[in-house]
Design a protein around this ligand. Sequence first.
Ligand SMILES: Cc1ncc(COP(=O)(O)O)c(C=O)c1O
Length: 402
Amino acid sequence: MAKLAARTACISGSATQAVTTTVDRLRRSGIQVIDFGAGEPDFPTVEVAKVAAHQAIDANFTKYTPNAGTAELKRAICDRYRTDYGVEYRESEVIVNAGGKQALYNAALALFGPGDEVLTHAPYWPTIPEQIKLADATPIAVATSAADGFAIRAKAIREKVTPRTRGIIINSPCNPTGAVISEQEFEDIADLCGRQGLWLVVDLTYEKLIYDPVPHNLPGIIARKCRDVGVLCGSASKAYSMTGWRCGWTIGPEPLIAASGALQSHATSNASSISQKAVTAALSGSQEPVRVMLEEYRARRDRLYEWLTADPRVKCHKPGGAFYMFVDVSDALTAAGLQTSTEFAAALLEEARVAVTPGESFGAPGFVRISYATSMDNLREGSRLMLEFIRARTASAASTRR
Ligand SMILES: Cc1ncc(COP(=O)(O)O)c(C=O)c1O
């Protein structure tokens, strides 16, 4: 067979999607699995979006739209950010993409290239470093630590800046850790980027899922401190439970928006016309459904934390945002005679029928990610099975050692 292009060799497939595929396969063969792998809300899409989509189809709004998105959706995005953050952006500073993933991908391709280093924080959402590599640039991971609540620190980032650094990507709230960056740390990073002319790309996919009343006006800080180098990537996926609709956006300086548009015009063209109508309705309508989902996630987070920390071998902190608990299972691994979190996740799925995502995928061996975008009953039963698995494995490893 003729060879594949070299770039395919340095890119790994999505490990989070691999968990979903395994769960699907097991379920199709009749095996019940509790799925803590899912990176998507378990709620239905918000009602106004569904109604608007039906209307769009009935009105035959089913053709190409402008490549960068409809004017009404771009206006709705500008209005939402003005209301939520007090920032003013023009329609020419916005592009609609097929999901936050495409927003980030276009930004990576438009901003970074060979020889560039791009800083991001670890544990990370695996797509971030992979997209940097696809842009032929080098991802540099700046470690955050569990002991510090995975806080993203400007000082640690500053220390990794070299003459080759071209940009910094911040994801807050963070997948997988749930960490929410403090405004002070973000201001320091924005100052650094403004002073040194580094791109500051912010992944705000989970911006609506913050549990405690902490200030998180990252768009406001960008607008004040480094508007010329600040890029906001957002998404309807998690806030409005619209993962399948594939709609996100980029807000930033006009030249970047134009470049993102040019790339998109040759790759995918506009995001689905029907989805754009639906997202316009979601962004412009009442935000009450978002609040209701947030309350439910908060209740789940609190209970899951209680259930898991009942076993001292399982260590975690309460995440400030998103819907993931990032759990340190390193003590449990040793006790259970397992080497890696990948082995842990495989054995947990095999023996207890609970699916989690191993930390190696996020650059964090010794951890597993548990998604609490699932029912309280599943969380109760799944955490019980997980602790039971650790107890049984520990007992059997101890008896083998004797
Ligand atoms: C951190 C982060 N950013 C971006 C995305 C992209 O989401 P979407 O492409 O569905 O908007 C995801 C999805 O899981 C995510 O976890």
